[in-house]
Design a protein around this ligand. Structure first.
Ligand SMILES: Nc1ncnc2c1ncn2[C@@H]1O[C@H](COP(=O)(O)OP(=O)(O)O)[C@@H](O)[C@H]1O
Ligand SMILES: [Mg+2]
Length: 325
């Protein structure tokens, strides 16, 4: 800990050399380091299969039963490793809320919007969980004519409206951290932008930290203060969002950026930044996990693990210097 850190309250979330594997040899997280401060918005970015969801699920205590973990995972300086299901249940919802890509599956199809919101308020220990409190939540997430929504069932709502109701439900518990796993991927571009703006605004207004998972660098840069780029179960680059976009230091981030159609549009397509695919979780690497696909690799990259190099708030897992030379 540096002098500047001394006396500060601990991070909200801290993962150190966090590893997740499954029987059969799948190593889905290979030593992730992630630290999230109170009120901070961090985006995890990477192609499908890079381990973003497994990172989020680790923090929620929702990994599959068969997962084997190693390393450090803590919440406000207190370890989360070896905790009971009851301990995790206490934290989920109330302290850490989650929203997913598919809102329909997160809402209960059998109940009205009013019932679901009041139930969330009640479970969150809010003093008032009446109809007015439910209406107020809907207003906070930008639902117009909220009265008309209260009596509706999830299947009667559009995708974007479902997302807003799910966000309202998450906010009912007044969590300190929201984990959003590809929450806008299934929405059309206009609605996607509206939901992103809403998430940004509620996290700003409530000083609520956010871990935002996306395969889309453009989306990440709109919402996050800081970006962590993941590849094959590792963080390969991290830094302030604007700096990572302006001067990417890792060849993988450079490839992601080059694959973006326009700087200011929201791309609809899945990332295909490089030839080939993300290696399977069962792959073993002697050197850098990206070596086979990297346009900037050296001979040594195939057999020497890359070093983690950190300077001026930026970090990268690469042997090349920051501009790729
Ligand atoms: N139960 C499991 N057993 C073995 N491997 C798994 C299991 N669940 C997920 N994986 C693997 O974990 C890797 C990371 O997955 P995930 O975190 O979902 O990636 P992302 O969210 O970045 O797309 C993938 O290669 C996936 O196949
Ligand atoms: Mg995922």
């Amino acid at each position: 800990m540096s002098d500047a850190d001394a006396g500060k309250s601990p991070s909200l979330i801290e993962l150190r050399d966090w590893r997740v594997s499954f029987p059969g040899g799948a190593r889905v997280l290979r030593g992730v380091n992630l630290q999230l401060s109170r009120g901070e918005r961090v985006a995890l970015v990477g192609e499908s299969g890079s381990g973003k969801s497994m990172t989020g699920l680790s923090i929620l205590g929702l990994l599959p039963e068969s997962a084997v973990t190693a390393g450090t995972l803590s919440w406000k300086g207190e370890t989360c490793v070896g905790r009971s299901e009851a301990w995790w249940r206490q934290r989920r919802g109330r302290e850490v809320a989650m929203i997913f890509q598919d809102p329909i599956s997160s809402l209960n199809p059998a109940y009205t919007v009013e019932w679901q919101l009041r139930e969330a308020l009640r479970r969150g220990g809010q003093g008032t969980h009446d109809r007015d409190a439910a209406l107020e939540l809907l207003r906070q997430v930008g639902v117009t004519a909220p009265e008309s929504r209260l009596t509706q069932y999830p299947h009667q709502l559009s995708g974007g409206m479902c997302q807003r109701v799910m966000i309202a439900q998450a906010l009912a518990m007044q969590p300190e951290l929201m984990i959003a796993d590809e929450p806008t991927t299934a929405l059309d571009a206009t609605v996607q932008m509206q939901v992103l703006e809403l998430l940004y605004r509620v996290s700003e207004d409530r000083k609520m930290a956010m871990l935002f998972v996306t395969h889309d660098l453009a989306v990440a840069s709109r919402i996050a203060d800081r970006i962590l780029v993941m590849y094959a179960g590792q963080v390969v680059e991290q830094g302030l969002a604007r700096e990572v976009l302006r001067s990417p230091q890792h060849p993988y981030t450079r490839a992601l950026l080059a694959a973006r159609p326009h700087v200011d549009s929201v791309p609809r397509s899945r990332l295909a930044p490089l030839e080939g695919v993300v290696p399977p979780a069962t792959a073993e690497f002697r050197g850098c996990a990206l070596a086979d696909r990297c346009r900037e690799k050296r001979e040594a990259c195939h057999h020497e693990p890359p070093p983690w190099i950190e300077a001026r708030g930026r970090g990268r897992l690469c042997v090349l210097n920051e501009s790729g030379a």
